[in-house]
Design a protein around this ligand. Structure first.
Ligand SMILES: [Zn+2]
Length: 194
């Protein structure tokens, strides 16, 4: 689950040529969270699980709403880490109340709950694009969305998106079916003369 995946609107091509997009996970989360002041809890208004965590369809699977909120603000969750609440309020999706920690951190936190400051996230918002992200960007471009439009929607530079869709960036990615990139405009220094 990456920020880009969560912001991607699924595209469906119908046999009769119609193309439709569906709301992204980010848009569906926003519709179910009541935003309030930064210091207040923003509670998820949809279905909750037995422990009180919000449940929302993520990228191809059901996710806990606060985890989706975390990834959208700070980037992917490091492997083996949990997203914890400094406010101890399971349905809360206020990113300022969320941070990553180990299961051990979670236990330690419960013991010193009077502390009010949430530790800064270890993750940053500039997570590397996954292969799924890159495929999604190329699919959106193939479906007619402009590089500028894609870049704006996903918070990327349009020149980077342009290089991605032309295969000048990430050409080695599996799933590239059109014979790979043109390399004629890349520097050739270091190559032996023919
Ligand atoms: Zn909260």
């Amino acid at each position: 689950m990456t920020p880009i995946e969560l912001r991607t609107r699924p595209i469906v091509n119908f046999k009769d040529g119609r193309v439709r997009t569906y709301p992204s996970a980010e848009e569906r989360l926003a519709a179910k969270v009541e935003r309030a002041l930064p210091e207040q809890c923003w509670e998820f208004q949809g279905t909750r699980n037995s422990k009180g965590y919000g449940q929302i369809q993520g990228v191809g699977r059901l996710e806990q709403a606060h985890r989706v909120a975390y990834v959208l603000r700070y980037g992917s969750i490091p492997t083996g880490m949990s997203v914890l609440h400094s406010c101890d309020n399971p349905p809360c999706c206020n990113p300022l109340h969320l941070y990553v920690g180990s299961a051990a951190d979670n236990t330690a936190d419960m013991m010193r709950r009077d502390r009010n400051v949430a530790p800064r996230s270890l993750a940053n918002g500039r997570a590397k694009l996954s292969d799924v992200d890159v495929a999604g960007i190329r699919a959106a471009f193939a479906a007619g969305e402009s590089c500028k439009g894609i870049a704006h929607r996903l918070g990327l530079h349009s020149s980077y998106v342009s290089r991605l869709v032309r295969g000048l960036r990430r050409p080695q990615m599996s799933g590239t079916t059109d014979g790979g990139p043109t390399r004629t405009d890349l520097p050739t220094s270091g190559e032996p003369p023919r």
